[in-house]
Design a protein around this ligand. Structure first.
Ligand SMILES: C[S@@+](CC[C@H](N)C(=O)[O-])C[C@H]1O[C@@H](n2cnc3c(N)ncnc32)[C@H](O)[C@@H]1O
Length: 331
Protein backbone atom coordinates (compact mmCIF):
# COMPACT_ATOMS: atom_id res chain seq x y z
CA UNK A 1 0.00 0.00 0.00
CA UNK A 2 1.80 3.12 -1.13
CA UNK A 3 0.79 6.69 -1.60
CA UNK A 4 2.82 9.03 -3.75
CA UNK A 5 4.57 11.72 -1.72
CA UNK A 6 5.20 13.97 -4.71
CA UNK A 7 3.18 16.98 -5.81
CA UNK A 8 0.50 16.56 -8.50
CA UNK A 9 2.56 18.62 -10.91
CA UNK A 10 5.48 16.22 -10.82
CA UNK A 11 3.30 13.07 -10.60
CA UNK A 12 5.98 10.50 -11.20
CA UNK A 13 9.23 9.66 -12.99
CA UNK A 14 8.74 11.79 -16.07
CA UNK A 15 12.27 11.04 -17.09
CA UNK A 16 14.19 9.91 -20.13
CA UNK A 17 13.11 6.27 -19.78
CA UNK A 18 9.44 7.24 -19.83
CA UNK A 19 10.04 9.55 -22.78
CA UNK A 20 11.72 6.70 -24.70
CA UNK A 21 8.90 4.22 -23.96
CA UNK A 22 6.29 6.82 -24.89
CA UNK A 23 8.09 7.65 -28.15
CA UNK A 24 8.21 3.92 -29.04
CA UNK A 25 4.52 3.56 -28.18
CA UNK A 26 3.56 6.55 -30.31
CA UNK A 27 5.65 5.33 -33.27
CA UNK A 28 4.17 1.82 -33.16
CA UNK A 29 0.59 2.91 -32.75
CA UNK A 30 0.99 5.78 -35.22
CA UNK A 31 2.06 3.25 -37.88
CA UNK A 32 -0.90 1.01 -37.05
CA UNK A 33 -3.19 3.99 -37.24
CA UNK A 34 -1.89 4.76 -40.75
CA UNK A 35 -2.72 1.16 -41.71
CA UNK A 36 -6.18 1.43 -40.19
CA UNK A 37 -6.90 4.67 -42.05
CA UNK A 38 -5.68 3.30 -45.36
CA UNK A 39 -7.22 -0.17 -45.31
CA UNK A 40 -9.74 -0.83 -42.52
CA UNK A 41 -12.68 0.86 -44.26
CA UNK A 42 -14.26 1.81 -40.92
CA UNK A 43 -15.24 5.24 -39.57
CA UNK A 44 -13.06 6.80 -36.87
CA UNK A 45 -14.86 6.38 -33.54
CA UNK A 46 -16.53 9.36 -31.90
CA UNK A 47 -18.96 9.45 -28.94
CA UNK A 48 -22.37 8.16 -29.99
CA UNK A 49 -21.12 5.93 -32.85
CA UNK A 50 -22.83 2.55 -32.45
CA UNK A 51 -20.23 -0.13 -31.89
CA UNK A 52 -21.35 -3.10 -33.99
CA UNK A 53 -19.59 -6.49 -34.10
CA UNK A 54 -18.38 -5.57 -37.60
CA UNK A 55 -16.88 -2.28 -36.42
CA UNK A 56 -15.16 -4.15 -33.57
CA UNK A 57 -13.70 -6.63 -36.04
CA UNK A 58 -12.29 -3.88 -38.25
CA UNK A 59 -10.66 -2.10 -35.30
CA UNK A 60 -9.32 -5.33 -33.86
CA UNK A 61 -7.67 -6.18 -37.22
CA UNK A 62 -5.45 -3.06 -37.04
CA UNK A 63 -5.63 -1.72 -33.49
CA UNK A 64 -6.07 -4.69 -31.12
CA UNK A 65 -7.28 -3.47 -27.74
CA UNK A 66 -5.51 -6.12 -25.61
CA UNK A 67 -2.15 -5.15 -27.13
CA UNK A 68 -2.92 -1.46 -26.68
CA UNK A 69 -3.72 -2.04 -22.99
CA UNK A 70 -0.54 -4.13 -22.56
CA UNK A 71 1.52 -1.28 -24.07
CA UNK A 72 -0.15 1.27 -21.79
CA UNK A 73 0.55 -1.01 -18.80
CA UNK A 74 4.23 -1.07 -19.78
CA UNK A 75 4.22 2.74 -20.00
CA UNK A 76 2.41 2.91 -16.65
CA UNK A 77 5.03 0.72 -14.95
CA UNK A 78 7.69 3.24 -16.00
CA UNK A 79 5.64 6.37 -15.35
CA UNK A 80 3.81 5.57 -12.10
CA UNK A 81 5.54 5.24 -8.70
CA UNK A 82 5.10 1.44 -8.47
CA UNK A 83 3.74 -1.39 -10.64
CA UNK A 84 0.73 -1.73 -8.28
CA UNK A 85 -0.36 1.75 -9.37
CA UNK A 86 -1.04 0.57 -12.94
CA UNK A 87 -4.86 0.64 -13.21
CA UNK A 88 -6.29 -2.86 -12.89
CA UNK A 89 -8.08 -2.74 -16.20
CA UNK A 90 -4.67 -2.57 -17.93
CA UNK A 91 -3.05 -5.42 -16.02
CA UNK A 92 -2.58 -8.80 -17.68
CA UNK A 93 -5.14 -11.34 -16.55
CA UNK A 94 -7.75 -8.55 -16.53
CA UNK A 95 -10.53 -8.68 -13.96
CA UNK A 96 -12.48 -11.81 -13.05
CA UNK A 97 -16.24 -11.87 -13.79
CA UNK A 98 -18.22 -10.22 -11.01
CA UNK A 99 -15.09 -8.52 -9.70
CA UNK A 100 -14.99 -5.42 -11.88
CA UNK A 101 -15.83 -4.08 -15.30
CA UNK A 102 -15.39 -6.59 -18.13
CA UNK A 103 -12.39 -6.15 -20.43
CA UNK A 104 -13.25 -3.96 -23.46
CA UNK A 105 -13.88 -5.92 -26.68
CA UNK A 106 -12.28 -3.29 -28.93
CA UNK A 107 -10.64 0.14 -28.76
CA UNK A 108 -13.98 1.94 -29.35
CA UNK A 109 -15.36 0.05 -26.31
CA UNK A 110 -12.41 1.29 -24.25
CA UNK A 111 -12.72 4.86 -25.59
CA UNK A 112 -16.44 4.93 -24.80
CA UNK A 113 -15.44 4.66 -21.10
CA UNK A 114 -12.87 7.47 -21.19
CA UNK A 115 -13.21 11.26 -21.04
CA UNK A 116 -13.43 12.84 -24.54
CA UNK A 117 -9.99 14.46 -24.43
CA UNK A 118 -8.27 11.10 -23.93
CA UNK A 119 -10.65 8.97 -26.04
CA UNK A 120 -10.29 8.18 -29.77
CA UNK A 121 -6.49 8.52 -29.45
CA UNK A 122 -3.69 6.01 -29.72
CA UNK A 123 -0.77 8.41 -29.19
CA UNK A 124 -0.17 10.85 -26.34
CA UNK A 125 2.32 13.44 -25.21
CA UNK A 126 3.96 13.21 -21.84
CA UNK A 127 1.90 16.03 -20.29
CA UNK A 128 -1.21 13.92 -20.93
CA UNK A 129 -0.05 10.84 -19.03
CA UNK A 130 -1.45 11.88 -15.61
CA UNK A 131 -4.89 12.40 -17.17
CA UNK A 132 -4.65 9.15 -19.14
CA UNK A 133 -3.82 6.95 -16.14
CA UNK A 134 -6.18 8.83 -13.82
CA UNK A 135 -9.02 8.24 -16.30
CA UNK A 136 -8.20 4.55 -16.49
CA UNK A 137 -8.22 4.30 -12.68
CA UNK A 138 -11.38 6.39 -12.31
CA UNK A 139 -13.43 6.11 -15.52
CA UNK A 140 -16.30 8.63 -15.69
CA UNK A 141 -18.86 5.83 -15.78
CA UNK A 142 -17.91 4.67 -12.27
CA UNK A 143 -16.83 8.06 -10.99
CA UNK A 144 -17.32 8.91 -7.36
CA UNK A 145 -19.46 11.95 -6.73
CA UNK A 146 -21.12 13.93 -3.97
CA UNK A 147 -24.80 14.44 -3.02
CA UNK A 148 -25.70 10.84 -3.79
CA UNK A 149 -26.78 9.40 -0.47
CA UNK A 150 -28.81 11.99 1.43
CA UNK A 151 -30.68 9.45 3.60
CA UNK A 152 -27.40 7.85 4.61
CA UNK A 153 -25.90 11.21 5.58
CA UNK A 154 -28.93 11.84 7.79
CA UNK A 155 -28.45 8.41 9.44
CA UNK A 156 -24.75 9.14 9.93
CA UNK A 157 -25.59 12.55 11.45
CA UNK A 158 -28.04 10.95 13.89
CA UNK A 159 -25.46 8.35 14.90
CA UNK A 160 -22.82 11.06 15.45
CA UNK A 161 -25.18 13.20 17.53
CA UNK A 162 -25.84 10.17 19.76
CA UNK A 163 -22.10 9.61 20.21
CA UNK A 164 -21.48 13.32 20.87
CA UNK A 165 -23.99 13.07 23.72
CA UNK A 166 -21.70 10.41 25.26
CA UNK A 167 -18.64 12.64 24.66
CA UNK A 168 -17.09 10.14 22.22
CA UNK A 169 -14.98 10.91 19.15
CA UNK A 170 -16.03 8.59 16.32
CA UNK A 171 -13.97 6.63 13.83
CA UNK A 172 -15.56 6.37 10.38
CA UNK A 173 -14.25 4.23 7.51
CA UNK A 174 -15.48 4.63 3.93
CA UNK A 175 -14.92 1.41 1.98
CA UNK A 176 -14.58 1.65 -1.84
CA UNK A 177 -14.38 5.43 -1.52
CA UNK A 178 -13.08 6.05 -5.06
CA UNK A 179 -11.62 9.54 -5.43
CA UNK A 180 -13.12 10.67 -2.14
CA UNK A 181 -15.94 13.15 -2.81
CA UNK A 182 -18.45 11.11 -0.80
CA UNK A 183 -15.86 10.54 1.95
CA UNK A 184 -15.21 14.26 2.47
CA UNK A 185 -18.94 14.88 2.39
CA UNK A 186 -19.59 12.21 5.03
CA UNK A 187 -16.69 13.54 7.13
CA UNK A 188 -18.22 17.04 7.05
CA UNK A 189 -21.67 15.67 7.96
CA UNK A 190 -20.21 13.70 10.88
CA UNK A 191 -18.21 16.71 12.10
CA UNK A 192 -21.31 18.93 11.94
CA UNK A 193 -23.14 16.53 14.24
CA UNK A 194 -20.53 15.95 16.92
CA UNK A 195 -16.83 16.06 17.71
CA UNK A 196 -14.64 15.95 14.54
CA UNK A 197 -14.39 12.25 13.69
CA UNK A 198 -11.34 10.29 12.57
CA UNK A 199 -12.08 9.39 8.93
CA UNK A 200 -10.33 6.93 6.65
CA UNK A 201 -11.21 6.25 3.00
CA UNK A 202 -10.14 2.97 1.41
CA UNK A 203 -10.30 2.13 -2.27
CA UNK A 204 -8.89 -0.41 -4.67
CA UNK A 205 -6.77 1.72 -6.99
CA UNK A 206 -3.69 3.44 -5.51
CA UNK A 207 -4.20 6.22 -8.06
CA UNK A 208 -7.71 6.83 -6.70
CA UNK A 209 -6.35 7.11 -3.16
CA UNK A 210 -3.67 9.49 -4.44
CA UNK A 211 -6.25 11.66 -6.24
CA UNK A 212 -8.49 11.70 -3.16
CA UNK A 213 -5.73 12.69 -0.75
CA UNK A 214 -4.30 15.33 -3.10
CA UNK A 215 -7.74 16.61 -4.21
CA UNK A 216 -6.40 16.37 -7.72
CA UNK A 217 -8.29 14.91 -10.72
CA UNK A 218 -5.97 15.32 -13.73
CA UNK A 219 -8.59 13.75 -16.02
CA UNK A 220 -11.64 15.64 -14.75
CA UNK A 221 -11.20 19.41 -14.40
CA UNK A 222 -14.97 19.84 -13.89
CA UNK A 223 -15.17 17.60 -10.82
CA UNK A 224 -11.87 18.73 -9.24
CA UNK A 225 -13.17 22.07 -7.85
CA UNK A 226 -16.04 20.15 -6.22
CA UNK A 227 -13.58 17.73 -4.65
CA UNK A 228 -11.45 20.64 -3.34
CA UNK A 229 -14.49 22.44 -1.95
CA UNK A 230 -15.74 19.34 -0.13
CA UNK A 231 -12.28 18.68 1.30
CA UNK A 232 -12.02 22.27 2.52
CA UNK A 233 -15.30 21.86 4.43
CA UNK A 234 -14.34 18.54 6.04
CA UNK A 235 -12.01 17.56 8.88
CA UNK A 236 -8.79 15.83 7.76
CA UNK A 237 -9.37 12.51 5.99
CA UNK A 238 -6.74 9.83 5.31
CA UNK A 239 -6.90 7.67 2.18
CA UNK A 240 -5.30 4.31 1.50
CA UNK A 241 -5.41 1.79 -1.31
CA UNK A 242 -6.84 -1.50 -0.06
CA UNK A 243 -9.14 -4.31 -1.10
CA UNK A 244 -12.34 -4.40 0.99
CA UNK A 245 -12.16 -8.20 1.00
CA UNK A 246 -8.77 -8.20 2.76
CA UNK A 247 -8.30 -5.03 4.76
CA UNK A 248 -4.74 -4.49 5.94
CA UNK A 249 -5.90 -2.59 9.01
CA UNK A 250 -4.99 -3.18 12.59
CA UNK A 251 -8.25 -1.48 13.52
CA UNK A 252 -10.02 -4.47 15.06
CA UNK A 253 -13.07 -3.42 17.11
CA UNK A 254 -12.21 0.26 16.77
CA UNK A 255 -14.51 1.60 14.04
CA UNK A 256 -17.90 3.12 14.86
CA UNK A 257 -19.33 3.59 11.39
CA UNK A 258 -18.46 1.86 8.14
CA UNK A 259 -19.81 3.26 4.87
CA UNK A 260 -19.73 1.10 1.76
CA UNK A 261 -21.42 2.75 -1.20
CA UNK A 262 -21.75 1.99 -4.89
CA UNK A 263 -19.94 -1.33 -4.54
CA UNK A 264 -21.89 -4.33 -3.24
CA UNK A 265 -24.18 -5.88 -5.86
CA UNK A 266 -22.82 -3.65 -8.64
CA UNK A 267 -20.38 -4.48 -11.39
CA UNK A 268 -17.41 -4.46 -9.01
CA UNK A 269 -18.64 -6.91 -6.39
CA UNK A 270 -21.32 -9.48 -7.15
CA UNK A 271 -19.96 -12.79 -5.92
CA UNK A 272 -21.32 -14.25 -2.69
CA UNK A 273 -17.85 -15.16 -1.42
CA UNK A 274 -16.76 -11.53 -1.88
CA UNK A 275 -19.89 -10.27 -0.08
CA UNK A 276 -19.18 -12.68 2.78
CA UNK A 277 -15.61 -11.38 2.95
CA UNK A 278 -16.84 -7.76 3.22
CA UNK A 279 -19.19 -8.75 6.06
CA UNK A 280 -16.36 -10.58 7.84
CA UNK A 281 -14.04 -7.60 7.54
CA UNK A 282 -16.76 -5.17 8.64
CA UNK A 283 -17.51 -7.25 11.71
CA UNK A 284 -13.80 -7.43 12.56
CA UNK A 285 -13.49 -3.63 12.40
CA UNK A 286 -16.69 -2.51 14.10
CA UNK A 287 -17.16 -1.78 17.78
CA UNK A 288 -20.01 -3.73 19.36
CA UNK A 289 -22.51 -0.90 18.88
CA UNK A 290 -21.16 0.03 15.42
CA UNK A 291 -23.07 0.26 12.19
CA UNK A 292 -22.43 -0.64 8.55
CA UNK A 293 -24.25 1.64 6.09
CA UNK A 294 -24.48 0.32 2.53
CA UNK A 295 -25.98 2.55 -0.16
CA UNK A 296 -26.07 2.55 -3.94
CA UNK A 297 -27.71 4.23 -6.89
CA UNK A 298 -27.71 1.14 -9.07
CA UNK A 299 -30.43 0.42 -11.65
CA UNK A 300 -33.01 -2.30 -10.98
CA UNK A 301 -30.83 -4.91 -12.71
CA UNK A 302 -28.62 -4.94 -9.58
CA UNK A 303 -31.46 -5.26 -7.08
CA UNK A 304 -31.34 -9.08 -6.85
CA UNK A 305 -27.61 -9.02 -6.09
CA UNK A 306 -28.00 -6.38 -3.35
CA UNK A 307 -30.87 -8.40 -1.87
CA UNK A 308 -28.66 -11.50 -1.90
CA UNK A 309 -26.16 -9.50 0.15
CA UNK A 310 -28.86 -8.45 2.65
CA UNK A 311 -30.04 -12.08 2.97
CA UNK A 312 -26.45 -13.27 3.46
CA UNK A 313 -25.95 -10.67 6.20
CA UNK A 314 -29.10 -11.81 8.04
CA UNK A 315 -27.93 -15.41 7.85
CA UNK A 316 -24.59 -14.31 9.30
CA UNK A 317 -26.37 -12.77 12.29
CA UNK A 318 -26.57 -9.10 11.28
CA UNK A 319 -29.68 -7.07 11.90
CA UNK A 320 -30.57 -5.49 8.54
CA UNK A 321 -33.06 -2.78 7.78
CA UNK A 322 -33.69 -0.13 5.11
CA UNK A 323 -34.29 -0.44 1.38
CA UNK A 324 -32.03 -2.14 -1.18
CA UNK A 325 -30.72 1.32 -2.12
CA UNK A 326 -29.96 2.22 1.46
CA UNK A 327 -29.21 -0.56 3.97
CA UNK A 328 -28.34 -0.27 7.62
CA UNK A 329 -26.64 -3.29 9.21
CA UNK A 330 -25.77 -3.78 12.85
CA UNK A 331 -23.80 -6.74 14.10
C1 LIG B 1 -18.96 3.06 -8.31
S1 LIG B 1 -17.50 3.50 -7.42
C2 LIG B 1 -18.26 4.07 -5.91
C3 LIG B 1 -17.48 5.17 -5.27
C4 LIG B 1 -18.14 5.81 -4.03
N1 LIG B 1 -18.19 4.89 -2.92
C5 LIG B 1 -19.52 6.35 -4.37
O1 LIG B 1 -20.50 5.67 -4.05
O2 LIG B 1 -19.61 7.43 -4.96
C6 LIG B 1 -16.88 1.91 -6.95
C7 LIG B 1 -15.49 2.02 -6.30
O3 LIG B 1 -15.20 0.78 -5.69
C8 LIG B 1 -13.82 0.56 -5.82
N2 LIG B 1 -13.62 -0.89 -5.64
C9 LIG B 1 -13.99 -1.88 -6.47
N3 LIG B 1 -13.66 -3.08 -5.95
C10 LIG B 1 -13.08 -2.84 -4.75
C11 LIG B 1 -12.50 -3.66 -3.74
N4 LIG B 1 -12.48 -4.99 -3.87
N5 LIG B 1 -11.95 -3.07 -2.67
C12 LIG B 1 -11.95 -1.71 -2.54
N6 LIG B 1 -12.49 -0.88 -3.46
C13 LIG B 1 -13.06 -1.43 -4.56
C14 LIG B 1 -13.51 1.06 -7.21
O4 LIG B 1 -12.12 1.29 -7.38
C15 LIG B 1 -14.38 2.31 -7.28
O5 LIG B 1 -13.69 3.42 -6.79
Amino acid sequence: MQLCQCEPTDLPNRDAAVAAILAGHNRRWGARLDGFRAYAGAPWWSPGLIITPELRGRYEGWLPVAEFCADLACLGRAFLPAPSWVPRRLRSGGIEPGRGPEAPLSLPDLWARLPPRIAARVAFDDAELPALFAALADPPRFGTDSARYEAQRAALGAYCRGAAGDGRRLTVVDLACGVGLGTYEAAAAAAASGAPPRVLGLTLEPLEAWMASRCCLPHDPDREPRLRRLAAQAPPVAFLAADVRRLPLGLGNAVDVILCNGLIGGEHLQRLDDMAAVLREARRLLVAAGVLLVANRFHDGCRAAVERFAALARTAGWHVDGTWHDLRLTP
